[in-house]
Design a binder for this molecule. Structure first.
Ligand SMILES: [Zn+2]
Length: 205
């Protein structure tokens, strides 16, 4: 087995004080750093996704319903879109960005960020050419990854969508629940049941 840790959207805007702060977000960032320090050798690869919005249409709203529309967040290149400072980025092998022009909850909608662009994220003039685009799935397959452990924010939105897409794409998939933070307790409970129904291992501690 080749095993990768997937860190979903541990970004400033999804942590306390951010545009769409989730309680426990900063804790997840710090706990992930500790987990990687202790278990770094347990993963062959570590990847991170980032919500990365340029003009995502109705995903942003001044009167959000917090189901399909949200206050503006994770604007490409902004501080809010950067990973939380308590997350040690040294072990991260690659970053995948999603949602430039529409809502994207699953990390599998993400494409590889250019290496020299991670901090600032200037738009690539040639971005509409699909030729150089490497999706998360492409990258994982290129590296012979077949097992994924998914963590991050939010349990009941982007972690959920990423895990469901992972198992659908054929990966052996687990969600490490203590290293996630959820928006709504009831929805998190429903998400855990849904993930298990879909053959995803939900690790509770
Ligand atoms: Zn978003």
């Amino acid at each position: 087995m080749t095993r990768a840790l997937v860190i979903v959207d541990v970004q400033n805007d999804f942590c306390e004080g951010g545009a769409l702060g989730v309680d426990g977000g900063a804790r997840v960032a710090a706990d992930l750093s500790e987990h990687l320090e202790e278990n770094g050798a347990g993963y062959d690869f570590v990847v991170a996704t980032q919500d990365w919005h340029v003009d995502p249409g109705s995903h942003f709203s001044d009167t959000p319903d917090f189901v399909d529309s949200w206050p503006p967040h994770c604007v490409a290149g902004s501080k809010g879109a950067q990973l939380h400072p308590d997350l040690d980025t040294e072990p991260i092998d690659a970053y995948f960005r999603k949602g430039a022009f529409e809502a994207a909850y699953s990390g599998f909608e993400g494409v590889l960020a250019p290496e020299d662009e991670v901090a600032t994220g200037d738009l690539d003039e040639d971005a509409d050419s699909d030729e150089d685009v490497i999706t998360l799935d492409d990258w994982l397959r290129q590296n012979d990854v077949d097992e994924l452990v998914i963590t991050g924010i939010a349990t009941d939105y982007c972690v959920r969508a990423t895990a469901l897409d992972a198992v659908q794409a054929g990966y052996t998939t687990a969600v490490l629940l203590p290293l996630t933070a959820g928006i709504n307790e009831q929805r998190v409970a429903e998400t855990v049941a849904e993930l298990e129904d879909n053959g995803i291992e939900v690790i509770q501690d």
